[in-house]
Design a protein around this ligand. Structure first.
Ligand SMILES: NC(=O)C1=CN([C@@H]2O[C@H](COP(=O)(O)OP(=O)(O)OC[C@H]3O[C@@H](n4cnc5c(N)ncnc54)[C@H](OP(=O)(O)O)[C@@H]3O)[C@@H](O)[C@H]2O)C=CC1
Ligand SMILES: Cc1cn([C@H]2C[C@H](O)[C@@H](COP(=O)(O)OP(=O)(O)O[C@H]3O[C@@H](C)C(=O)[C@@H](O)[C@H]3O)O2)c(=O)[nH]c1=O
Ligand SMILES: [Mg+2]
Length: 301
């Protein structure tokens, strides 16, 4: 199976490249400069068509949550028009599309985990553009699974786990918000699930396999819980460690407002695709171990 993924260096794209070698998928990434999501639609469609995919994974996106508040038009161009052009390409070629989206489409006011049919109401520009992107993608192509994931970490790119290890290299104490809860999800776990769901779409035209799905670790954490676990594991392995001061959101001002609760109920993808991700603590421990052991993985990219 030939899988074409948007973006060369993204966390999910790099995880797909690593896993494809183990699962027998030929994973090919296509990204800047040959595929720029802010370019005109026909350029994007032409670039993807010539890559001859069996299915497409739309993993590239504008993901800088605070920076998006400063450049909403650009974030929108990439996450809405760019995403729609990728879907348009999948439609022209006649192949399934897996499109990644986010827990930040929700406002966080619900008390329990969010289901796919709960009303979205993003609190910032990033979430707004990702929500509009989901809708534009589904309008452009019927053969689509939108996979909303959350709080992604990996040995690659930029993410909260790497930020914590980097900050702990020169500080003994870090202040981390304890009143935002979500499901920290490993990009390698997402990649395995994406390949499985993509195979399912190629094999079956069942409409139950299409539509919106939540795809995240089954258990919850606050950012402070996540940081504490990173330092426990890192400390045991002789890596950087710091003590975590649990603070409130109001004590860590950021440009974009984030949801207080963005936990995702992932039962739909379990029932329809047979996909269940593992609890976050073991996956985080694997990533921390890799980051400490491999100096290359510590670099920003
Ligand atoms: N990171 C997270 O915590 C979460 C992410 N998601 C979603 O999951 C998906 C994957 O996220 P993740 O792997 O973490 O993303 P990253 O932030 O790690 O990478 C973003 C990718 O998008 C590419 N990209 C950005 N702008 C453009 C552009 N104009 N044209 C072409 N490519 C572009 C980057 O290109 P380059 O390779 O050149 O750097 C990179 O490959 C995204 O859709 C994101 O919205 C959902 C929930 C949480
Ligand atoms: C660095 C740092 C952050 N924080 C807080 C700020 C914020 O509330 C929270 C997370 O900060 P970050 O900026 O790392 O994470 P953020 O960019 O909000 O992560 C989000 O990215 C996008 C792409 C998604 O789709 C989401 O699912 C989510 O993963 O931690 C601290 O409390 N202390 C710190 O030292
Ligand atoms: Mg960020």
């Amino acid at each position: 199976m030939r899988v074409v993924v948007t973006g060369h260096e993204g966390q999910v794209a790099r995880s797909l490249k690593r896993l494809g070698q183990l699962s027998g998928h030929e994973v090919v990434t296509i990204g800047r400069p040959e595929l720029d999501l802010s370019a005109p639609e026909q350029t994007i469609v032409a670039a993807l068509s010539s890559a001859r995919p069996d299915f497409i994974v739309s993993a590239a996106a504008y993901t800088a949550v605070d920076q998006a508040e400063e450049e909403p038009r650009f974030a929108e161009a990439v996450n809405v028009a760019g995403a729609a052009a990728v879907a348009q390409a999948a439609n022209r070629i006649g192949v399934p599309l897996l499109h990644l989206s986010t827990d930040y489409v929700f406002d966080g006011r619900k008390s329990g985990p969010y289901r796919e049919d709960d009303a979205p109401n993003p609190t910032g520009i990033y979430g707004c553009t990702k929500l509009d992107g989901e809708r534009a993608v589904m309008a452009a192509h019927g053969d689509v699974a939108v996979l909303r994931t959350a709080w992604v970490y990996s040995p690659f790119g930029r993410n909260f786990v790497k930020t914590m290890l980097q900050l702990a290299a020169d500080r003994s104490q870090l202040r981390v918000v304890a009143d935002q809860v979500g499901n920290p999800t490993g990009a390698l776990d997402i990649a395995a699930a994406v390949l499985e769901a993509g195979d399912n779409l190629v094999r079956s035209t069942d409409p139950g396999l299409r539509g919106v799905f939540h795809l995240a670790a089954p258990d919850e954490a606050s950012w402070a819980d996540l940081a504490e676990h990173v330092f426990t594991v890192s400390g045991l392995l002789g890596g950087p460690s710091a003590s975590v001061v649990r603070i409130a959101t109001g004590d860590f001002p950021t440009r974009a407002r984030r949801p207080a609760n963005s936990r995702l109920d992932c039962s739909r993808i379990a029932e329809r695709h047979g996909i269940r991700l593992s609890p976050w603590r073991a996956s985080v421990a694997n990533v921390v171990a890799e980051l400490i052991q491999s100096p290359n993985a510590k670099a920003p990219k």
